[in-house]
Design a protein around this ligand. Structure first.
Ligand SMILES: CC(C)(COP(=O)(O)OP(=O)(O)OC[C@H]1O[C@@H](n2cnc3c(N)ncnc32)[C@H](O)[C@@H]1OP(=O)(O)O)[C@@H](O)C(=O)NCCC(=O)NCCS
Length: 200
């Protein structure tokens, strides 16, 4: 029987993660929301109830499903999962192309069409959206978020919690610092200090 996955979050990104999970052979047990309120039939409880939901056997594993509208909350939810001692799988869509020499951390989600080259490291709870490319030796740290179509040339470092908007291009060897925000379509020529952002 397929294992059941609980997804923390219930909006668009959560539904997209559910889609990848199904392609990876998981049964989606349901979703959680931040606070009590009107719930869909597949919303099993609040984020705070994750440990209980796993303990009573509603799910075998859990993953963060909140998207880029709440980047800080993504980190908090991952910590809730760690504290709950949950099994946190990584999800790699079967139509992503991932080098055998890649390492993918717990809770990372890799969408269809992504290409990850030789030696690429993806940290825990990172998101690599559709058709993003990370060429050889890139390091994508925990909680980083690559939007659709991002291109990281070789040996780029994306530090923890950084957000790269759709179609951004990062030149070889550049470091995008912790919690940096890169605009959609930006071309990043040099290092960006932690907490910074591109002009456009
Ligand atoms: C860069 C970004 C974070 C700026 O957001 P913001 O601070 O709210 O900025 P605003 O929308 O107020 O725009 C400010 C100015 O920058 C321009 N601008 C905004 N984003 C831009 C972009 N990506 N490229 C070029 N110009 C941009 C706006 O047109 C506006 O110009 P103006 O002052 O001449 O009118 C945002 O526009 C962006 O690119 N987000 C990424 C979205 C994305 O890729 N999401 C993927 C989800 S999977």
């Amino acid at each position: 029987m397929a294992k059941r996955l609980l997804i923390l979050g219930a909006d668009g990104h959560a539904r997209a993660v559910a889609d990848v999970a199904a392609e990876c052979g998981w049964t989606v047990a349901g979703f959680t929301e931040r606070q009590a309120g009107p719930k869909g039939p597949d919303v099993l409880g609040d984020d705070s109830q994750v440990a209980d939901l796993i303990r009573v056997g509603k799910a075998d594993a859990a993953i963060v499903g909140v998207g880029n509208t709440a980047l800080g909350r993504r980190v908090e939810l991952f910590e809730i999962l760690r504290k709950a001692d949950a099994v946190i799988p990584s999800l790699v869509h079967p139509r992503a192309i991932v080098s055998r020499s890649c390492a993918i951390g717990d809770g990372a989600v890799v969408f269809p069409g992504v290409v990850l080259g030789a030696g690429v490291k993806v940290g825990e709870n990172a998101v690599i959206y559709s058709n993003a490319v990370a060429e050889h030796d890139c390091r994508i740290a925990a909680h980083a978020y690559l939007s659709p179509g991002v291109i990281l040339c070789g040996a780029v470092t994306v530090e923890s919690g950084a957000f790269l908007g759709a179609g951004a291009v990062v030149l070889p060897g550049v470091t995008v610092g912790k919690n940096v925000r890169v605009a959609a379509g930006a071309v990043v020529l040099g290092n960006i200090q932690p907490g910074g952002r591109t002009a456009r």
